[in-house]
Design a protein around this ligand. Sequence first.
Ligand code: CMC
Length: 388
Amino acid sequence: MGSEVPPVYIGLKGIYVAKTSLSYIDGERGKLIYRGYSIEDLAEHSTFEEITYLLWFGKLPNKRELSEFKENLASEREIPDEVISIISKLPRNAHPMDILKTGVASLGPFDPDLPSIWGQHIHEKRAENLKIAMRILSKMPTIMAYFYRMKENKDIVHPRKDLNHAANFLYMMWGREPNDLEAKLMDVALILHADHGFNASTFACLVTASTLSDLYSAIVSGISALKGPLHGGANEQALRMLMEIGSPDNAREYVKGKLERKERIMGFGHRVYKAYDPRARILKKYAEMLAKETKQEKLFNTALEVEKVMIELLGRKGIFPNVDFYSGQVYHMLGIPTEIFTPIFAISRASGWIGHVLEYWEQNVLIRPRALYIGPMEAKYIPIENRI
Ligand code: CMC
């Protein structure tokens, strides 16, 4: 090693590693756009299918394109019997993110197109990769809903082609069609989580894809990275925390105690946002509405008090609620079990993961950084019998 020590970017904080046209975060002003469209506009007027088309094809679809895209997606929802059998054999108390990961990994070997494109030109086969992308995106909600029904000792509910992505997921989970508000809220949640620049899970997908591995393997990497509580797992933790706090009166003492013990308050802070996360702002509005409708004002008011205390104590450091703080409340008030929150994040983010992989593959470069070696240089090997 030379005498000059190269800079080390621990956690890649603030480092740009690629170019993208998919999404942009203005962390200082709390803005998020997908290909130029504001997240507020998309959440209000768009659908998950439409924004997925936008992320994968670079433009909003016209009526014909959207209807064809929706039809193709809807026709891919069922999963092979062998994968159902694999899911049915997994422990019921396993974390659903591990089920999702295993389910997606199991789909790969059954994909009819994968063997023919496998090899060093895989990234150039856009048409085939798009077919695979449709299958992954369509089948992820089915894997999750089937496992949930099995866990509840209920019969699985097969997907319907006439419902959109969000409504069909709820239908397969609940065994009843969601009403318009439930379907709209799930659709909005899917839109808000679909993409977010080079977050940890997207980067994990790209690391795998950059070796010219396949889309299934890339998505399994993404699911694995999203599971952690510093990333997607925070929504589940945030809701559990609010339940533990129990009432607005306990919020201040609880938050202060945690901060004094140097513990994190889940659902707050972000690597890029140093202002209020715009996705949290949108979900907060829906959480308030749902709290009134489902008579769960205590939960919402507890969240408001936690937010107030956190901003008072840490707002000056740029720590505000992130998407996970309010998404968990919305899901809970919709009647979705807590352990399914992070899988919903994955079901949505798969849209962005795939969009980024397809974009990155257009000019693929193997991702292979260096680590600065700080260990000894000339250790003498000691045979095992001589070691103490
Ligand atoms: N509660 C308490 N203190 C916090 C929090 C928090 N949630 N977030 C950051 N801090 C403090 C941290 O202790 C540190 O303080 P100090 O400078 O005194 O050591 C400072 O803020 C900077 O924190 P950091 O971990 O160096 O900053 P980061 O950019 O690496 O952190 C983060 C980003 C998301 C890991 C962090 O904010 C966090 O752990 N938040 C809680 C988990 C969470 O809600 N994650 C979901 C993120 S949004 C959804 C997604 O995209 O995945």
